[in-house]
Design a protein around this ligand. Sequence first.
Ligand SMILES: Nc1ncnc2c1ncn2[C@@H]1O[C@H](COP(=O)(O)OP(=O)(O)OP(=O)(O)O)[C@@H](O)[C@H]1O
Ligand SMILES: [Mg+2]
Length: 377
Amino acid sequence: MILNENTQKKVIPIAGGKGGVGKSVISSNLALLSAVNGKKTILVDLDLGGSNQHTMLGMKNNNPGIGHFINNPHMSMDELVVSTPYKNLFLIPGDVLVYGLGELNFDTKKRITMGIAGLEADYIYIDLGAGTSMNVLDFFLISNSGILVSTPHMTSITNTYNFLKSLTYRFLQRVFTDNRSFMGKLNRIIKETNPQSEITIPQFLREISKKDSALARKADYFLQALQPKIVLNMADEKEDILTAQSLSELCEDKLQINLESLGLMYYDKGISKAVKDRIPYLQDHDDTVTALGLNRISQKILQSEHYPEMPLDFDYYSNSFELSEIEADSEFELKQEETGDGIYSEQYVQGLMQKIEEQDQLINQLAQTLQQMGIKL
Ligand SMILES: Nc1ncnc2c1ncn2[C@@H]1O[C@H](COP(=O)(O)OP(=O)(O)OP(=O)(O)O)[C@@H](O)[C@H]1O
Ligand SMILES: [Mg+2]
């Protein structure tokens, strides 16, 4: 596993328990934003059996991709990198030209992982397939800070929780693979099918700690390193972020992992149109609510020197979900004014941005005054 923390190159896999939630749209647009911001970015299409990033970027699928790499042990990952119509953005196409790839064996997964780790880039986005197969879990664990995409619908949230649960077990299995006693106990809880008898990771680690406190501490330490993020997509209202916040609380209670929010994206029919037209949404939309949402998500990654840490200012909100709600609130007002397929007049957006800036300044001044008066915020 590559820990993103303290590495110059950021590797960001994108997954989601459920199909059709927007993983590919979000990964291509975030990769594009990173490229537009001057970062050399590679988008890797690792959705085996469902690769479509070449179409998302308006490209033909006549380049060798991951399928060729898997079938040809002498091929290097660098050979797959192709330029895209966008400056600084490169693509490793999927497996569309090679059929019949199933669950990959350990060596192949390791070759892919090492290949991706060796790529020269500032940011590497990896679009993964839906579901919780071992392929997807292992590729998500290439980094400690992959992004999960979910819609606010209960099935999607439940699938995301199941993904994170499987991910946590898989992660612990990989870290403690040589410890027979730990693995034996972990495998017993994994096999438990009765929800009444299911024990949580904190309970499990308390049990471990009774006999071997160093081992439990080691597990604690590794679980802290796992810092997945969530994007709540296709939302109808800002309150939808609360479903993601509840999911995060559940993850903390039951899995002992910290799930932070990168942001909320509203449902926007302009996105489906862009997918149909085979162009990245942002190519023709740079001043819409959706573009603003994507930019905010991207900036949380780009502005962070030590991503997965995010540039958050807890003077103004108590956590990443509250920030997402504040952002979604301002975007909702903008959305109300949106016309046609989601495009605002430039004048209107500029006016609103100015208003937001003025409000920010006012809040800052007020906060400073209160602090000077010794009032704790
Ligand atoms: N915020 C949004 N508003 C409206 N439509 C959206 C939004 N996000 C994604 N879509 C639409 O949902 C569909 C599925 O998106 P996408 O292909 O990115 O999902 P996916 O999770 O990658 O799917 P799969 O699991 O099949 O790989 C697309 O038609 C896309 O246009
Ligand atoms: Mg997809």
